[in-house]
Design a protein around this ligand. Structure first.
Ligand code: BGC
Length: 292
């Protein structure tokens, strides 16, 4: 009888060499040291927290925004000792995305991480939803992520792996939602955009992996940001929301930022093509805790 260790394929000589490139905490004072991250929609909500966290993890950050000001985020990044570049661009416009990535590469030499985060809601019941509302949400949430991922991938492929900063040539993090799997009445444009992001991200992951580019998504649940103020600003709304969250607290932008830094880092080097739900269990169908 042979034991697994007797089989020729399991001899030390037959095994591939131990991958010494894999990261370990003691070798990584900061997870993203020396890297450049571009975060879209980075002057509010989740994007702002992600941009600042990337800087705290050692990355220089390109802060994309489309309205208002990016000054406070830029200041926070500089406070963390990193460089920041604010770039105003509408991610649903191809020429603006192309110009934004070119500007980032010109300023910082390259980009290593693309966080395609910018997103919005234009809610309406199906029969009242206008084509403009549909197109706006698909344009920003889905087409915008496609354009950002495409331009980032071109730069990652052009540059290849920079071993001194990462074992991957580039990392794409798509901001999805629990609504990539949870249907959402009254939000058909939004849920469709997030369902589309899931399949876009997985197809990208499959296509880009041979280039050592990883693509993943984060699926936030209810996070305390301006996009869903009505869901948490009153005690009544908050109590109703908690019925959907087994962990019984709202998520904070920092919860998502932590996941984004991890997915973008070499700690997640073997993670490719997944959505990491960060939702307090919202995707665990809490209605079935007592029903069914
Ligand atoms: C939406 C929020 C919502 C949450 C949970 C998010 O993707 O943007 O408005 O509260 O999903 O339903």
């Amino acid at each position: 009888m042979t034991t697994p260790s007797d089989t020729p394929s399991d001899t030390a000589a037959a095994r591939p060499p131990f991958n010494t490139d894999l990261p370990a905490f003691d070798r990584m004072p900061k997870l993203l040291t020396g890297q450049v991250a571009l975060v879209t929609g980075a002057n509010s909500g989740i994007g702002q927290a992600v941009a600042i966290a990337m800087a705290q993890a050692g990355a220089d950050v390109v802060v994309n925004y489309v309205a208002g000001t990016a000054d406070p985020v830029v200041a926070a990044i500089e406070q963390a000792g990193r460089r920041a570049l604010a770039v105003k661009a509408d991610v649903s416009e191809e020429d603006q995305v192309v110009a934004m990535v070119a500007e980032a590469v010109k300023a910082f030499g390259t980009i290593d991480i693309m966080v395609a985060n910018a997103g919005l809601q234009r809610d309406a019941p199906l029969t009242a939803m206008t084509l403009a509302e549909w197109n706006k949400v698909i344009g920003v949430n889905l087409t915008g992520q496609f354009l950002c991922a495409r331009e980032a991938a071109k730069e990652f492929i052009r540059r290849g792996v920079r071993r001194e900063v990462s074992v991957a040539a580039g990392k794409i993090v798509c901001m999805s939602s629990v609504h990539e799997v949870i249907p959402w009445a009254g939000h058909v444009n939004y849920a469709s955009s997030k369902g589309g992001i899931q399949m876009m991200m997985k197809s990208l992951a499959q296509e880009l992996a041979p280039h050592r580019i990883r693509a993943n998504a984060i699926g936030p649940g209810a996070i305390r940001t301006p996009i869903n103020t009505a869901a948490w600003e009153t005690p009544e709304a908050y109590a109703k929301l908690m019925a959907l969250v087994p962990y019984r607290r709202i998520g904070e932008p920092q919860d998502i930022a932590n996941a984004a830094v991890f997915l973008a880092s070499d700690m997640a080097d073997y993670i490719n093509g997944i959505t990491l739900f960060v939702d307090g269990g919202m995707t665990c169908y809490p209605g079935f805790a007592t029903g069914g």
